[in-house]
Design a protein around this ligand. Sequence first.
Ligand SMILES: *[C@@H]1O[C@H](CO)[C@@H](O)[C@H](O)[C@H]1NC(C)=O
Length: 231
Amino acid sequence: MKGPLLLLLTVWLYTQYGDCAALSSCSYPPSKWCSSLEAAVQCGVLKECLLSNFTKSHQKVDTVEVGLYYESLCPGCRQFLSLMLFPTWVMLGDIMDVKLVPYGNAQTCLLHMTGAAFPVIFCMESSGDVIKMAKNCMEVYAPDLKWESLMGCVNGDQGMQLMHQNALATQGLKPPHEYVPWVTINGEHTDELQDKAMDSLYTLVCSMYKGPKIPACGQSQKAYKSYCNKE
Ligand SMILES: *[C@@H]1O[C@H](CO)[C@@H](O)[C@H](O)[C@H]1NC(C)=O
């Protein structure tokens, strides 16, 4: 019952406000246009926002979850995270969720303390020195998070508890993990999925995604592949 009602309300709002929206001044930056009904109406983009919100909500349902169990200092893990997982997430973030389960206090605490943990972790893993760069990476990608509070977590009970939780999650894997990086797709691990993820995670995520088509999985996917396969 909720759906049709919302649609009716939408149509009504649109007919009421849609046409004059362009006349009134829009005081929101583009990034906030869809943040509320009011903003969308004021900026004359209600129809577009409703459509985009609808598409997004469907993408959420079909989102592919990529899990990575890894050790923050293992070279193969660093390579996969920085050369495969992060770039794929940048391109396909709309249709994939990343679940990081690190063995390493600093990253575990980061994940707990900031929504911007992945860029910070990418920055650390792709740098020359994972530990030394942590502070710089945080200053760039999570400036609101204080270094002291991160260290408080890392050296305190909370860090221990979080690490313990990750250890349990890793021990509980079925099948049990035999190496790192260990990849799961929607919670599942098979040799085939692992091989495909290592080979081209981008292609794998696009092929696993069952929601409405997105441009990144169409044309540009081919471009991405041929570009990367070029000798
Ligand atoms: C779009 O979705 C966001 C987040 O769910 C919501 O807060 C916002 O009001 C929606 N915008 C419109 C125009 O419906």
